[in-house]
Design a protein around this ligand. Structure first.
Ligand code: ATR
Length: 276
């Protein structure tokens, strides 16, 4: 293998839908790096055996997506604090010494997306309400707390999952009932959707948002469509809105930096390419 050629991958099952190869391919070209970033479909049965093989073959690292985010944490020899807290990894870096370092950059992607779009926003400015209690919600909670959030409300259709997040993330989290969302919108600094509601092909987001205040920043991790029903309603209420594409883009930056040694930039052209 060409010694100077650097290889990285995104591993999922399936993987053909992933936008990461386009994104990293764009950054490799922009930075004139001799490298490739390829999609790899690896089944759950093969994941634990094959990932260390990639490291031996000279890959510098990999992003990991559904259904491997938990296994990625388990095969790692070193785990970052934030990946440990979130309970899943999306970024693996292979050391020449055989070390597999696992990180989770989803929370970083989430918070950097908001801060780049709304420079004066901070999680510490006031209460947040998080819709959903899946893996994405865990990353969002970790990032909000890290940014100084003092009060975070969380709600989920299945309440027990939200209770479980409160146990893991502590006293600054308050669980509210899914049926009570409309009663808890007043005075929010931030409203975040981490559910699949509103995504193309999934259930419609039909929450009662009439009490939403124009002071609330509203963001959605769903980016198909780019302007979700939630963001549309928020805009009509005069709220600042942040779409979900940026979270996908920014979560890719720490991995690219580690593997290829350059900080990639986010351009309107990149957003266009990813939306095609
Ligand atoms: P991820 O890891 O991306 O967060 P997930 O773990 O499948 O994905 O979580 C999906 C989230 O969307 C969950 O909070 C789910 O609620 P449940 O825990 O009750 O399943 C939420 N969700 C999906 N469909 C929903 C619907 N029709 N109404 C309300 N919440 C829904």
């Amino acid at each position: 293998m060409n010694e100077s050629l650097k290889l990285a991958a995104v591993i999922g099952h399936p993987i053909s839908h992933s936008k990461s190869p386009k994104m990293h391919g764009y950054w490799l070209e922009q930075n004139k790096i001799n490298g490739h970033y390829i999609p790899l479909s690896i089944s759950p049965d093969d994941f634990r055996r094959l990932v260390p093989e990639l490291a031996k073959m000279g890959f510098v690292g990999a992003n990991v997506t559904i259904p491997h985010k938990l296994s990625a944490l388990e095969i790692a020899t070193k785990v970052s604090d934030r990946a440990q807290l979130i309970g899943a990894a999306n970024t693996l870096t292979f050391g020449i010494d055989g070390e597999i370092y696992a990180d989770n950059t989803d929370g970083y992607g989430f918070i950097t997306n908001i801060k780049t779009t709304c420079r004066d926003w901070a999680a510490s400015d006031g209460p947040s309400l998080v819709l959903g209690a899946g893996g994405a919600a865990r990353a969002v909670l970790s990032a909000l707390l890290d940014d100084g959030a003092l009060q975070i409300f969380i709600t989920n259709r299945t309440r027990s999952k939200a209770e479980s997040l409160k146990r893991d993330f502590g006293d600054r989290i308050t669980v509210i009932d899914w049926a009570d969302i409309s009663k808890n919108l007043d005075g929010l600094n931030t409203l975040i959707n981490t559910t699949s509601l509103g995504m193309v092909g999934k259930d419609k987001m039909d929450l009662d948002l009439k009490n939403l205040s124009s002071q609330t920043l509203v963001t959605d991790i769903v980016y198909t469509p780019l302007e979700t029903e939630l963001l549309k309603i928020a805009s009509t209420k005069g709220c600042r809105t942040v779409d979900g594409l940026g979270m996908l883009i920014y979560q890719g930056i720490p991995g690219f930096e580690k593997w290829f040694g350059k900080t990639p930039i986010v351009t309107p052209e990149l957003r266009e390419i990813l939306l095609k």
